[in-house]
Design a protein around this ligand. Structure first.
Ligand code: PLP
Length: 452
């Protein structure tokens, strides 16, 4: 840090402060983790200075031999870890991985047949008329994903994201009674909507998904099954999700981030079946610029870590700890969406405390417990204030927390939420954002967090 301090002390200060904040709080954000020192150090070096557009052995720049080594190692580790026929490790983030996947599927399903029909090898060889009709066809496709309030992700075809502008979109939700994914309802929607792409995966659904069933549905309607396993990739890597619950053998294309339960650097990857490999490898220049050599190297290091037996233990602990956390919360009267969890996260419905998600998130933060507010199915408070709080176990499990410690975390959460009351709004009723936390609770919770 002294080297950075000499150039821009405020940045050195922000880095120091981030470390202090992370040490002084209980990190329960379900999508965060602690990458190892090896992963962090691999990101700060000379690989960062190199341009390497293209793919392994086929670059648009000279002197890419070291980036070739790095990218090949990361892809090999990814293939071995997930038992995937092909891996593309260039995406800079999860959203980029999804964009690469979408365009690869469009290239394979729509563009290639159009080129074949026109007797052309490359889009540049198409006549203007053929090119215009191909562009129209590319823009006229359908995608079906999990609805946002059921736990789906913005990048799965929703309007604020580019995916919603690319595709005609429809979504499937969860059963209003149980909160669980209803595969018969997914099948009925898919039959009616006839998507080109059926998207599975989530960021706030607290249960496993049966990907074998999703593939059956995709096959029935002629859709490509794309699974976004960003949240639970660590549980797949650690062999907690196997068989029907491992997406990789069932999906045509699987995307992921590296930095959530997988505990790597920020970034994304695409895994796919052989028939999609060529299109996926065209991610750069299709939607990506030059790959980040230092991040691909850090992906290789993190994936090598995830191939060690210790990672299996870690992944099992993440799941066991989530069960302990859910049990601890339920036992103390908290309503959990779906009644519990069988992955790494729980979604708390905080309306029984008389709170919005925003108030609950803020009161917990005051007390040193870092979470994020999240919509619950059919949320009456909308996506900004919400009625839920999402919590997950990957980060604290990396710190070595066990089931008993997660039960204590559940107790602290309930203490804070029970001691929080909404503030009256000037217009009458209560504010959706403001709250009062009973005196002494924050300090007591901070002290307990320090002990943990
Ligand atoms: N996909 C899912 C399921 C996610 O939860 C997220 C991030 O929250 C993303 C994609 C996007 O990842 P990134 O923030 O790296 O773009």
């Amino acid at each position: 840090l002294a080297v950075i301090e000499a150039v821009e002390p405020n940045i050195a200060g922000a880095i120091r402060s981030e470390l202090a904040d992370q040490r002084a709080s209980l990190k329960l954000i379900a999508s965060e983790n602690y990458a190892s020192p090896a992963v962090l150090l691999t990101m700060g070096n000379w690989l960062s200075d190199k341009y390497a557009e293209g793919t392994i052995g086929h670059r648009f720049y000279a002197a890419c031999q070291n980036i070739d080594t790095v990218e090949q190692l990361a892809a090999d580790h990814a293939k071995a870890l997930f038992n995937a026929p092909h891996a593309y490790v260039q995406p800079h983030s999860g959203i980029d991985a999804n964009l690469v996947a979408f365009w690869a599927i469009l290239a394979q399903r729509i563009e290639s047949p159009a080129l074949a029909e026109a007797g052309a090898k490359h889009v540049n060889d198409l006549s203007e008329d053929d090119w215009q009709s191909l562009r129209k066809a590319l823009g006229d496709q359908r995608a079906l994903g999990m609805s946002l309030d059921a736990g789906g992700h913005l990048t799965h075809g929703f309007r604020p994201n580019i995916s919603g502008k690319m595709f005609h979109q429809s979504s499937y939700g969860t059963d209003p009674e149980t909160g669980l994914l209803d595969y018969d309802a997914v099948r009925a929607t898919a039959r009616e909507f006839k998507p080109l792409i059926l998207i599975a995966g989530y960021s706030a659904y607290p249960r496993r998904v049966n990907f074998a069933k999703m593939r059956e549905i995709a096959d029935e309607v002629g859709a490509t099954l794309m699974v976004d396993m960003a949240h639970f990739a660590g549980l797949v890597a650690g062999k907690v999700f196997t068989g029907d619950f491992d997406p990789v053998p069932h999906a045509h294309v699987t995307t992921t981030t590296n930095h959530k339960s997988l505990r790597g650097p920020r970034g994304g990857m695409v895994l796919c079946q052989p028939e999609y490999a060529d299109a996926v490898d065209r991610g750069c220049p299709m939607v990506l610029g030059g790959p980040l050599g230092q991040v691909m190297a850090a992906k290789a290091v993190a994936l090598a870590e995830a191939r060690q037996p210790a990672f299996h233990t870690y992944a099992q602990n993440v799941a066991d700890n989530a069960t302990a956390l859910a049990d601890g919360l339920s036992r103390r009267g908290v309503n959990l969406v779906t009644g519990g969890t069988d992955n790494h996260l729980c979604l708390l419905d905080v309306t029984s405390f008389g709170l919005t998600g925003r108030q609950a998130e803020s009161a917990l933060l005051d007390s040193g417990i870092v979470t994020n507010r999240n919509a619950i199915p059919r949320d009456p408070n909308g996506a900004w204030y919400t009625s839920g709080v999402r919590i997950g176990t990957p980060a604290l499990t990396s710190r070595g927390f066990d089931a008993a410690e997660f039960d204590r975390v559940a107790e602290l959460i309930v203490d804070v939420l029970s001691a929080t009351t909404p503030t009256a709004a000037p217009s009458g009723g209560t504010s959706k954002a403001k709250y009062v936390l009973a005196e002494g609770v924050a300090a007591k919770t901070h002290a307990a967090a320090d002990e943990l």
